[in-house]
Design a protein around this ligand. Structure first.
Ligand code: HEC
Ligand code: HEC
Length: 465
């Protein structure tokens, strides 16, 4: 967020109206003064627990390979409350959860990328992470004992605690001090009370609330799901991709076919997909203490994979097409020989078909819905009055982005989109708390979106893919 602010302030056209407070305090007490901002939340909580599970979760299309028991589905959904997930949302995005007070879970798990990050490695409290950040959609349905790239034998709760305490992720070394700080804010006591019945802030409650928020992130509004429900059909190339996928990929990626909650107990789905001849990152071999498992990693869900690049545990591939080139031509010998040596030797058309099929598993709703967005107003502009509570996502934009104005109460808003060389490329006027900014004919690149009303202005940086 800091860097983002700096980039905007460098934009000449808006410099005159900006003055940013840029601080990097390390102690908890000094922090409350800087981050005195409160989250902007809806009066009635969003419906997090309202999850309609597609039939394919119970009855997978390919003959039952890893279906989810309906009882498990009901229990999983019942463990989410709207107030619990609301608290989880605030915690997920709150920089108070980091030792340096400038990193939140949301810094490395970005809604615009289905909660992954566009960088190969993320910037942590003190240094870059050594693995690529993982997308967090649909994690409720994962085998509980395969978390992180190396499939550590831990459950979701433990996987929330780990980054919290990891000295380089959020780096909270003194959990009690952090919990105390949360209890001293203006907003947490009420949020804890709504979620858990009283205002006591405990580590267990923090983890439980974040867990509820994460469980609510499902991507069931995809074309893939609609096809399985009989409401849509794959076009020719998508169908070709589906057939290839079922032939070559489904053994290691069963979760992508909708049945995500596979718990084999004795057999976590963790494989070596032949990325390297010599493994620099031993993955599962490290914690197993067995070199036989070097180079074995967890294949994450392929739902929403279109948005989560770069790909693989070390983020080595930027696009899905590069991933297909790898599976086609560059596969190192794998121990169990599940991929032919060298690769599948796909034609260009087959690679396109696989990518087209993978994209049917996209649900833009995950990127767009305000219920999963950052509730903290991001502007620290102290001079010009600012329109409060403005969010724009996804950013980068693929086809369109939603602008959401929580503070709107009836005023008319002028919108302009300005290119980096200062040219106004688009203007509009609207009177609503939401505006869908279409891509129109915008070329890929960076833009400034400026909103102006009688309340003030708000300037956001937009990147178009
Ligand atoms: C500095 C960046 C960073 C921050 C901050 C961060 N994460 Fe992560 N997260 C990662 C990376 C990198 C991985 C993969 C780590 C690995 O496999 O070793 C990951 C993995 C995960 C996973 C495992 C997903 C899976 O499918 O197995 C979960 C869950 C998760 N993070 C949740 C959180 C939560 C909750 C927070 C806030 C308390 C958080 N993360 C903060 C970078 C970050
Ligand atoms: C032998 C098992 C295996 C096969 C077969 C396989 N994969 Fe994978 N796949 C994996 C593993 C393991 C990973 C994670 C590897 C890593 O990061 O080190 C992965 C990662 C991926 C990723 C990147 C995921 C991310 O979040 O970065 C994509 C996309 C993918 N596979 C697609 C495919 C497609 C398409 C096929 C068929 C052509 C296929 N895979 C075949 C095991 C396999």
């Amino acid at each position: 967020m800091k860097k983002f602010t700096l980039i905007i302030s460098a934009i000449v056209i808006t410099v005159a109206s900006f003055a940013f407070v840029i601080e990097n305090e390390k102690s908890f007490s000094a922090a409350s003064a800087i981050f005195s901002e409160e989250p902007v939340l809806p009066g009635t909580p969003y419906a997090y627990s309202d999850i309609t599970v597609p039939q394919s979760l119970e009855a997978p299309p390919n003959g039952g390979w890893g279906s989810v028991d309906p009882v498990t589905i009901d229990d999983a959904i019942a463990s989410i409350t709207d107030d619990g997930a609301t608290l989880g949302r605030v915690l997920f995005y709150d920089e108070k959860l980091s030792a340096s007070n400038d990193i939140s879970c949301g810094s490395c798990h970005n809604q615009s990328f289905s909660f992954a990050e566009e960088l190969q490695f993320s910037e942590g409290v003190s240094e870059a992470t050594t693995r690529n950040s993982m997308h967090l959609n649909d994690i409720m349905w994962f085998s509980p004992n395969t978390m992180f790239w190396d499939a550590k034998q831990i459950n979701l709760k433990e996987s929330i605690l780990l980054p919290l305490q990891n000295e380089n992720e959020t780096g909270v070394t003194d959990v009690d001090a952090m919990l105390h700080e949360l209890s001293q804010t203006t907003y947490y006591p009420e949020l804890f009370e709504k979620a858990f019945g009283d205002a006591t802030v405990t580590e267990e409650r923090v983890v439980s609330a974040i867990e509820q928020f994460l469980k609510s992130i499902n991507s069931f509004n995809s074309k893939f799901d609609k096809v399985l429900e009989g409401e849509a059909t794959f076009n020719t190339i998508e169908e070709e991709g589906r057939e290839l996928f079922e032939q070559e990929c489904v053994f290691c990626h069963p979760s992508s076919l909708g049945q995500l909650g596979i718990d084999f107990g004795f057999f976590p789905i963790v494989f070596d997909n032949g990325l390297d001849e010599v493994d620099e990152d031993p993955g599962m071999g490290e914690w197993m203490g067995d070199p036989q498992f070097n180079g074995h990693f967890k294949p994450p869900t392929l739902r929403n994979i279109q948005f989560t690049g770069p790909y693989m545990h070390d983020g080595r591939f930027n696009t899905l097409r590069e991933v297909m080139d790898f599976y086609s031509d560059d596969v190192a010998p794998t121990e169990w020989g599940m991929i032919p040596e060298g690769g599948f030797d796909f034609t260009d058309h087959e690679k396109d078909a696989l990518v087209a099929f993978l994209k049917t598993m996209s649900d833009q709703n995950v990127l767009l819905h305000p219920k999963w967005s950052d509730p903290f107003p991001e502007s620290t502009d102290t001079h010009t009055p600012s329109i409060e509570g403005v969010k724009m996502f996804p950013n980068p934009m693929y086809e369109h982005s939603l602008i959401n104005i929580d503070s709107w109460d009836g005023e008319s808003i002028n919108l302009s989109v300005v290119s980096m060389n200062g040219q106004v490329v688009f203007t509009d006027q609207f009177q609503s708390n939401q505006y869908v900014l279409g891509r129109n004919n915008l070329a890929a690149g960076n833009y400034v979106v400026r909103l102006q009303s009688d309340k003030g202005t708000k300037t956001l940086k937009l990147s178009v893919q």
